[in-house]
Design a protein around this ligand. Structure first.
Ligand code: ATP
Ligand code: MG
Length: 414
């Protein structure tokens, strides 16, 4: 019965797993705050043009992966496959172009029509940052160091490698494009069909290909590093100098590219061996041409996005949920009193669970199942005397306590 299953590539996230998700998102936001980033939330859908214009009509995302539909008013709408385009659109729509530098953090679901597998879904989550309006390499150093801090705080430093490259400025990229095209043309017989198309439309993207034959050709290709002009080289050297000062370890990977025209200078990716083919956990770069391409003023920008599900799979222990206090009436006659005590304790900041129904045994079973730290047991006689019984669920120790003093007495279980 297909209608009772979630759509392929989507999934339900149950409470234990959501705790991991919140943990990842919280760590990312907490560290972004330390670097002065504020949180932006853009809509999960935009006019298709927002993505089609910025991601380029030859990118995989635009040609194969977008969820696009006509809404009831006839507008072409797309569920966001990533958030940089939406942030750039918001930057222009909200008149923020005079308010740079701007540091924005985001989190939320993204949608891509991909072949689902481990670490690859059709609805997934990202956290990300954009630092808009700073042209120099200090901004790149800052976002990269922030990425490294987040991964370190998640306990992943030993399991990820930072790969770094420079795409240079426009002039360097044009020069590289020429030597690359010459080389690829001389190997066209070994290239995949898809790469032959890329060769004409967007040759840098051939370097990204996952096809075996393409990869062999790419292994011998000229490297962009050799085409960098002196300004681009200086940019990269300054960036690596900043990273070294901050003790951020990196490995230069001349094959790491981003095929779109608005990317320049910095490209980077934190990768892991622990997730099979889905090795990229946090990826980003500089996109100085993006805002202009969307119709805004020329504006520098740099940032990254990280896959939350991939990070969730890597983090070890995120601790347990807070252990509740269980308020347990001995019979249905004490339910109203149980209810008022539960509300009183919640009001005082305790985490409180209720034994809903059944005899005392059944209610205690529920308390056990919810991993209660202590129970507050209400009997008819005790209530009449203004007392309750507390039971420490770890030691089994029971004690009679005046109802009026109960917050103080339970303080140790906070
Ligand atoms: P990949 O090479 O794995 O397809 P990508 O280059 O498409 O990644 P980006 O667009 O750079 O990925 O997105 C940033 C991050 O978002 C990735 O590094 C990854 O961790 C995560 N991500 C991308 N696509 C998915 C997906 N379909 N499911 C889960 N996470 C994803
Ligand atoms: Mg992809």
């Amino acid at each position: 019965m297909p209608a009772l299953n979630p759509v392929r590539g989507t999934r339900d996230i149950l409470p234990d797993e959501n705790r991991r998700r919140r943990f990842v998102e919280h760590v990312a936001f907490d560290h972004a705050s330390r670097y002065g980033f504020g949180e932006i939330s853009t809509p999960v859908f935009e006019f298709t043009e927002v993505f089609a214009r910025t991601l380029g009509d030859s990118s995989d995302i635009v040609t194969k992966e977008m969820y696009t539909f006509a809404d009831r008013g006839g507008d072409s709408i797309t569920l966001r496959p990533e958030n940089t385009a939406g942030v750039a659109r918001a930057f222009i729509s909200n008149g923020l172009t005079q308010h740079v530098p701007l540091k924005l953090f985001y989190r939320g679901p993204m949608f891509r029509y991909e072949r689902p597998q481990k670490g690859r879904y059709r609805q997934f989550h990202q956290v990300g940052v954009e630092l808009i309006g700073v042209a120099g390499p200090l901004a790149d150093a800052e976002v990269i160091a922030l990425g490294a801090d987040v991964l370190a705080a998640l306990g992943l430093s030993d399991r990820v490698t930072l790969q770094l490259n420079s795409l240079g400025d426009g002039e360097s990229r044009v020069a590289y494009r020429d030597v690359l095209v010459d080389y690829l043309r001389s190997h066209r017989q070994s290239l995949s069909e898809e790469s032959l198309i890329r060769l004409e439309r967007n040759p840098l993207r051939v370097l990204d290909s996952k096809d075996e034959g393409d990869r062999k050709v790419v292994a011998g290709a000229p490297q962009i590093t050799d085409s960098l002009n002196s300004a681009s080289r200086a940019f990269f050297d300054t960036l690596t100098g900043f990273l070294e000062r901050a003790e951020v370890a990196y490995r230069v990977n001349p094959r790491l590219v981003r095929g779109l025209d608005y990317y320049c200078h910095t490209a980077f990716e934190f990768t892991t061996d622990a997730l099979g083919a889905q090795g990229a956990v946090l990826a980003g770069g500089r996109y100085d041409g993006l805002v202009k391409q969307m119709g805004g003023p020329p504006t520098a920008g740099t940032g990254w996005a990280a896959g939350v599900e991939r990070l969730m799979m890597l983090v070890d222990d995120v601790g347990r949920a807070a252990r509740p206090l269980a308020v347990v009436p001995q019979s249905d006659d004490q339910v109203s009193d149980a209810w008022s005590i539960a509300q009183r304790l919640r009001c005082a900041g305790f985490v409180v669970d209720l034994g809903y129904s059944g005899n005392l045994g059944k209610r205690m079973k529920r308390a056990n199942k919810s991993d209660a730290r202590a129970c507050i047991i209400l009997g008819e006689d005790e209530i009449a005397r203004g007392v309750v019984t507390t039971r420490d669920m770890d030691t089994g120790e029971q004690q009679e306590v005046m109802l009026k003093d109960i917050e103080d007495h339970l303080g140790r279980y906070r």
